[in-house]
Design a protein around this ligand. Structure first.
Ligand code: IMP
Ligand code: MG
Length: 177
């Protein structure tokens, strides 16, 4: 794998497509086992989780639904804005088992806001599934039962994650040089 140039930055290989696929399949199997009979609703958070969600769903072997929602914006290398709204949620989640599918948890503020909003809708069970978590940056307490990789605080992109809108199409994950 070679380094890639995205806009003004150079990024070097961090996780291969094979490594990602292996973990995503493991997590899909785990969720399928844990939530058997629950008919979970997966809520994939746009834009970042689209690729992860697509692969994860192929690894889910139990009856389930998926819906895509948008919760916040993120520009450049810093998290901005305060999440208060979940856009595009048409399903009634009251009494349901819901799995949030996110690309990355950095400070955790986005997820915390999302959880707060969703809990008001009274799901029976609400679980977090995040491809990546940066434990060193976490500012809030979050229970993440499904996490593919814990990574250092460096900025990464690829496999759905972007740098200023670009790089989401890369099948592997890269870290800034
Ligand atoms: P948090 O609210 O600080 O946890 O930020 C979460 C959001 O920030 C994620 O959904 C991503 O969109 C974005 N983000 C955080 N770290 C990175 C990164 O290293 N690369 C790309 N996007 C990131
Ligand atoms: Mg995101």
């Amino acid at each position: 794998m070679n380094s890639v140039q995205v806009k003004d930055r150079s990024f070097k290989p961090f996780l291969t497509a094979e490594q990602i696929q292996t973990r995503v399949n493991e997590i899909g199997a785990q969720i399928s086992k844990d939530l058997e009979g629950k008919e979970p609703l997966f809520l994939a958070i746009l834009n970042g989780s689209f690729m992860f969600a697509a692969d994860l769903m192929r690894a889910i072997t139990i009856p389930s639904e998926i819906s895509f929602v948008r919760v916040s914006s993120y520009c450049g290398m810093e998290s901005v804005g305060k999440l208060t709204e979940v856009l595009g949620l048409k399903e009634d989640i009251k009494g349901r088992t819901v799995v949030i599918v996110e690309d990355i948890i950095d400070s955790g503020f986005t997820m915390q806001g999302l959880i707060k909003t969703l809990l008001e809708k009274e799901p029976a069970d609400l679980r977090i599934c995040s491809l990546l978590v940066k434990p060193g940056n976490l500012k809030v307490e979050l229970d993440v039962p499904y996490c593919a990789f814990e990574i250092p605080n460096d900025f990464i992109l690829g496999y759905g994650l972007d740098y200023d809108g670009f790089g989401r199409n890369l099948p592997a994950i890269y870290v800034v040089e």
